[in-house]
Design a binder for this molecule. Structure first.
Ligand code: CP3
Length: 356
């Protein structure tokens, strides 16, 4: 199944390359509004909770048939326009030999936080090539791509800052103070660490694109905690490096990034910017300009509301999304675990009924 079929006159995309999602990333509007949900694979689905019994999160990510099945569950159930590869932003760090676990209800926890210049000097010795070659990742992606047919699979990685926010702290934190402090206290170590994390994320994306994903998303979930000046000086160059030469269309997402939106285009290194629920999409489109697609931005809190309220909100999001060159409907952040999955299925049906 090639991505293009050549005729004597023209090259016509077929398969996932012709899907509404990939076309939206190229800036085209088709007759179908593409929709998927961040964290669509996971705890909101009873079939996920059942499969995960007895297996730790990161072990599940590194078991190809399990990761493939979990990736496919929400595509079958909701009829979304893309799968998102079931993995985690810290998986490449585990693959690089760093001791990390995901604690349920808490998040990633590192046995040895990377805080000093000598911690950084030690860690940057690790060759990201082990991540690029990771067979469990490649195998899981191949299994999913074979099942999905014309539906695209989105690969992903954590952006260097969001990864550093966990790695320097040693676990989840509110304001990511230790990582932000390192930027100013020891800029040399910061750049060494962020540069290494960019190579690791690039290698993780490369393993997924080699194995057949049709698009990639870089999650900089915690970038909103940075000032514009710090984002430009200490973060954006490393995120650009993580996405450089990805070999597939790119989405760049962060939470609380209204003040960073123009910078999140990464000087043309991204095809779409993911917007959280705080910024209306027409406003985001105005700030971002005509050369980028917008993704978002249903408020995850509204998933608990009566259907009439949700429907009005989704219609408003779709309407505002028309201000952009193209729109991919999504939430403004991940699916909360307590979400009724039937609500997500109804939103997909509504998106497809409303169209572009
Ligand atoms: O459906 C999907 O989106 C695909 C899989 C995916 C997961 N994590 C699975 C997961 C993706 C894309 C991620 C990215 C991720 N991981 C991010 C960026 C996105 C975001 O939400 O901002 C971040 C910050 C992480 C780190 C992380 N991993 C956190 C904060 C948590 C939650 C901890 C908790 O229990 O509340 C995880 C665990 C995690 N990653 C789960 C899943 C399905 C839950 C694990 C479980 O089932 O116990």
């Amino acid at each position: 199944m090639g991505a293009v079929s050549s005729t004597t006159e023209s090259v016509v995309p077929v398969g996932p390359a012709a899907s509404p999602l990939v076309r939206a990333l190229r800036g085209e509007r088709t007759d179908r509004l593409p929709v998927w949900f961040m964290r669509q694979a996971g705890r909101s689905l009873p079939e996920y909770r059942e499969l995960r019994v007895g297996t730790r999160m990161l072990d599940a990510c590194l078991t190809p048939d399990l990761a493939a099945e979990i990736t496919l569950q929400p595509v079958r159930r909701h009829g979304v326009d893309a799968g998102i590869f079931f993995s985690d932003i810290v998986v490449p760090l585990r693959l690089a030999g760093i001791s990390v676990e995901i604690e349920p209800g808490r998040g990633p926890v590192f046995a040895d936080p990377v805080r000093t210049a000598s911690d950084v000097a030690r860690i940057v010795q690790i060759d990201p090539e082990v991540v690029a070659q990771a067979e469990p990742i490649r195998e899981a992606v191949r299994l999913v791509v074979a099942e999905l047919g014309d539906t695209p699979l989105i690969g992903f990685a954590g952006a260097p800052f969001t990864l550093a926010a966990y790695l320097v702290e040693g676990g989840p934190s509110k304001e990511h103070l230790r990582a932000r402090a390192m930027m100013h206290a020891d800029p040399e170590s910061w750049h060494a660490l962020a540069g290494w994390l960019a190579r690791v994320s690039r290698a993780f994306l490369g393993a997924q694109t080699d194995a057949g994903v049709s698009a990639v998303q870089l999650f900089d979930s915690w970038a909103g905690s940075l000032s514009v000046a710090d984002y430009r000086a200490f973060v954006a160059p490393h995120s650009r490096a993580a996405l450089a030469g990805a070999g597939a269309p790119r989405i760049h997402f962060g939470v609380g990034t209204n003040h960073l939106l123009p910078d999140m285009r990464l000087e043309g290194t991204t095809d779409a910017v993911g917007v959280d629920w705080r910024t209306p999409l027409d406003e985001a489109a105005r700030v971002l300009g005509p050369d980028v697609t917008v993704q978002g931005n249903i408020d995850p809190a509204l998933l608990q509301a009566p259907w009439e309220v949700i429907e009005a909100h989704v219609r408003d999001v779709v309407e505002r999304g028309r201000a952009a060159r193209a729109h991919i409907l999504n939430l403004g952040h991940g699916v909360p675990p307590e979400t009724d999955p039937d609500v997500l299925t109804r939103i997909v049906a509504l998106a497809h009924e409303v169209g572009v």
